[in-house]
Design a protein around this ligand. Structure first.
Ligand code: NDP
Length: 329
């Protein structure tokens, strides 16, 4: 049973030395448990937080424990008789090929309703994050300018399309011309600005001639600094994540908060798991849009569990292009 364990806690950048890829014996189910085989593993930025012992909204992974992560799995054996061998389930079963878990927490997936990987991306946690972040935390009015960072990614790509459906003029921010072209040509954003361009703050200002009314923050750092001065009065900022800062050894100094007062801004931080009802709501709405082809998404699927550490480092450095998923075969 191939497993990826946390070997050491990174202080700054994550490296191979922080993981241990190990072959172990196949587990056998205890009373109340089923044996599962993971087929798809979701890699997400929050995992960087779980590698650290810093105080956070979720407990860290212990040293020597298997890395956490959501997976789509197949039931191999269920002595409780609740599931049949071959059933597909969704849950947090971690970076490992096989695992034994209590059947009580398993959610069955219907493989005919949507491609299985969508349960980890566009119709799963990242898609729900976009739904909550736009509609509840920073709802745009028709005609307003709405800016989305990490716009080609799992959360950002969906967030911009939702804001567009609500009538906003949507401007994405992404790294490099290829991702920017995807954001406008495939996802249908009105514009996209490359944060790697040397004159990025000017380009962002040009792309937002009427200022910014809604801002969906996935990145933080230099990208956020360029956006702050462009915020309009009564603007709304949804603070979803700050991936550019996850590998900083020390927290970055904050922006000049006087703008919140002068511009009467509303800032909303949120964690999607605090919105449990939103998951089913988004599945219902989002799956309709995925089915009729009006909601576009891109997945970046990497084969082999042994490649998960390298792929995860790539996610933190912007080398993924779309929702990052490991195909365990
Ligand atoms: P993505 O699929 O968007 O992948 C991460 C992307 O972040 C990279 O591809 C890269 O895009 C961008 N990025 C990485 N480093 C930098 C940097 N230094 N500067 C600018 N951009 C960078 O990931 P997700 O969609 O899964 O997650 C996006 C954000 O949402 C993260 O901050 C995550 O923590 C947060 N999140 C928050 C949740 C919540 O409940 N609040 C739930 C889920 C996610 P590019 O090449 O375009 O720069």
């Amino acid at each position: 049973n191939l497993r990826v364990l946390l070997r050491a806690r990174p202080e700054g950048k994550v490296g191979h030395e922080h993981f241990e890829v190990r072959e172990e014996a196949l587990p056998s189910p205890r009373p109340g448990e089923a044996l599962l085989r993971n087929h798809y593993l979701s890699l997400d930025p929050y995992m960087r937080g779980r590698m650290s012992a810093r105080k956070s909204y979720a407990a860290p992974v212990g040293i020597g424990e298997v890395m956490v992560g959501q997976t789509v799995a197949e039931v191999v054996e269920d002595p409780t008789g609740t599931f049949r061998p071959g059933d597909t389930v969704l849950g947090g079963y971690g970076w490992q090929r096989f695992c034994c878990v209590p059947v009580a927490g398993l959610r069955k997936l219907n493989p005919d309703s949507a491609p299985l990987t969508t349960a980890l991306g566009v119709l799963g946690m990242p898609g729900t994050t976009a739904w909550v972040g736009v509609t509840e935390m920073s709802p745009p009015k028709p005609g307003e300018t709405y800016v989305v960072t990490a716009a080609s990614g799992a959360v950002g790509g969906v967030a911009g399309q939702i804001a567009k459906r609500m009538g906003a003029r949507v401007v994405g921010i992404a790294g490099g011309p290829e991702k920017c072209a995807f954001v406008t040509d495939e996802l249908g954003f009105d514009a996209c600005v490359d944060h790697k361009a040397p004159d990025f703050p000017d380009l962002l200002a040009k792309a937002c001639p009427d200022g910014i009314d809604g801002y969906f923050e996935n990145v933080g750092g230099a990208v956020q600094k360029a956006a702050w001065p462009l915020m309009n009065e009564f603007g709304r900022m949804a603070f979803c994540g700050s991936i550019a800062e996850y590998e900083d050894a020390e927290p970055q100094p904050g922006p000049n908060l006087g703008q919140i007062n002068r511009k009467k801004l509303t800032l909303r931080g949120f964690i999607v798991s605090d919105h449990p009802r939103a998951f089913a709501e988004w599945r219902r709405i989002g799956s309709r849009w995925v089915k009729d082809g009006s909601l576009k998404y891109r997945e970046d699927v990497v084969k082999g569990l042994e490649n998960a550490p390298e792929a995860f480092m790539g996610l933190l450095a912007g080398r993924n292009f779309g929702k990052l998923i490991i195909d365990l075969g």
